[in-house]
Design a protein around this ligand. Structure first.
Ligand code: MN
Length: 465
């Protein structure tokens, strides 16, 4: 794998005075990948441009023009056939971790894919991780770029086991050794540096803890009972401000409460969802929202969801001025869209699948289709959903339906894998689907929605037995 990474780096250096274009996936991993490669090129003063695409569908590829060197990051391997027609005869690098299709490349293509080297691209390395291997070859001092590879892996939920697996561990080692990431064991609450701890608790929904999840009054009461002050001289206390003893009290109480409500066969997985490895970006001390790798990833992701990935790119590359402020505005918009989506669902938007197992909603006209994944994630711990059943959200637009599916990590830890099921269900009605075990999606013809739901539900029921 490193040999091919080196070959890619040499190809980049060969083109140092020519036009280079990076084309990346419009999500958190894809933005992290493009950002770290772009920084590596900047350091060598190699000029280049960056653009993002949602997918390399045939019509999207049609609109691309080969540069002297085109570099695809976090995509390309599964669309080799589409690319070949346009890029055969041109110098191209693909750095990807998605399942590669069995298609022929061309002599000028350098194809780096995790799966070609025995790695599980779904769990062991991200698109940003694969791209990092090339960036590191370009620049001997480039190990600090590994921080963005960590952010990318988190964006692709590769830490679902409470820590990284496989090659991600190697990348993490680079990040810790070069001083850009601090690794620690902690409660896995969102907003460790940016939110009052009672707020972080309120938004903790996987596993769902009655009286805590979505309950501000409950969370404040819980902290008082545990003798954990809500504020100090500096204002509201964040998780990062709690002492080890306080954190221990809080963790044991959360685990004990979750035990009472989680289905028995899932109980043993509970501690792993409450306590786990967390990653702090050491150089972001002045930017609390960017300090935790998970939150950094969410910030970047919000720019992609609002189709402004170039804003996320600049922030990931280090801008803390104009682009950063624009991102904060996008985040505000992001929260408004979330509120609108959740309001719709709370007012009775959730329906049952034909066999009564699957939960789903159709938010056509309420939210944009780029947003259906975000809303589905949040709705699972909200809105009268059963948190231990999968939830599907869909938005129809121009004859196509964009589908997102989410389930509790607890189901995944027990062996549940929605990505296989969604791919099969989508393909059975002429669409495309894929993603991760707990977070995946599909695109189908809008007329096929009923058949899709039926098939998907059937496949999931087979998995739970
Ligand atoms: Mn990816």
């Amino acid at each position: 794998m490193l040999k091919i990474a080196r070959k890619a780096a040499e190809l980049i250096k060969k083109h140092r005075h020519n036009t280079i274009e990076i084309i990346s996936h419009m999500d958190s991993d894809g933005i992290s990948a493009a950002a770290l490669l772009s920084r590596a090129l900047d350091r060598l003063t190699i000029r280049h441009s960056v653009r993002f695409v949602r997918m390399l569908y045939r019509d999207v590829v049609e609109e691309l023009d080969p540069a002297d060197l085109t570099i695809f990051t976090d995509l390309g391997s599964s669309q080799l056939e589409n690319l070949r027609k346009k890029f055969r005869g041109h110098d191209v690098i693909i750095a990807d971790h998605h399942d590669p299709v069995k298609a022929e490349g061309w002599p000028e293509l350098v194809h780096l894919n995790a799966h070609h080297h025995g790695l599980d691209g779904m769990q062991e390395i991200s698109g940003a991780g694969v791209t990092y291997l090339i960036a590191r070859e370009l620049d001997n001092d480039g190990r600090d770029l590994s921080a963005l590879a960590v952010v990318g892996a988190i964006g692709d939920v590769q830490n679902a086991w409470g820590k990284f697996l496989g090659y991600n561990q190697e990348i993490l080692k680079d990040a810790v050794e070069s001083g850009v990431i601090e690794k620690s064991k902690d409660l896995m609450l969102y907003g460790r540096y940016s939110r009052p701890v009672f707020k972080s608790l309120e938004f903790f929904t996987d596993p769902y803890i009655p009286g805590v999840s979505n309950s501000q009054v409950g969370c404040i009461g819980l902290l008082k009972d545990l003798n954990i002050p809500l504020s100090d001289k500096g204002g509201w206390r964040r998780l990062a401000d709690l002492s080890e003893k306080e954190k221990q009290r809080l963790a044991s109480e959360l685990i004990a409460r979750a035990y009472m409500y989680v289905p028995e066969e899932l109980v043993k997985f509970v501690p792993g969802l409450i306590i786990g490895e967390v990653y702090t970006l050491a150089r972001e001390k002045n930017w609390p929202m960017l300090q935790d790798a998970e939150e950094f990833s969410t910030c970047i992701n919000s720019t992609a969801r609002h189709e402004q990935p170039l804003i996320g790119l600049e922030v990931a590359k280090g801008d803390r001025e104009g682009y950063y402020r624009t991102m904060l505005n996008l985040l505000k918009q992001h929260r408004r869209s979330i509120a609108r989506g959740l309001e719709f669902l709370a007012s009775g938007g959730i329906e049952k699948g034909p066999r009564g197992y699957l939960q789903y909603f159709d938010a056509t006209g309420v939210i944009k289709d780029t947003f259906v994944g975000t809303i589905t994630s949040l709705a699972l711990g909200n809105c009268n959903c059963d948190p231990y059943r999968p939830l599907v959200g869909l938005v129809k637009d121009g004859g196509r339906a964009k589908v997102s599916a989410r389930c509790s990590k607890l189901l995944f830890l027990r062996g549940f894998d929605m990505s296989r099921a969604i791919r099969a269900a989508a393909e059975s009605c002429g669409g495309e689907g894929g993603g991760h075990a707990v977070a995946c999606g599909a695109e189908i013809n809008e007329r096929e929605v009923p058949q899709f739901l039926e098939k998907f539900e059937e496949l999931l029921i087979t998995q739970v037995g």
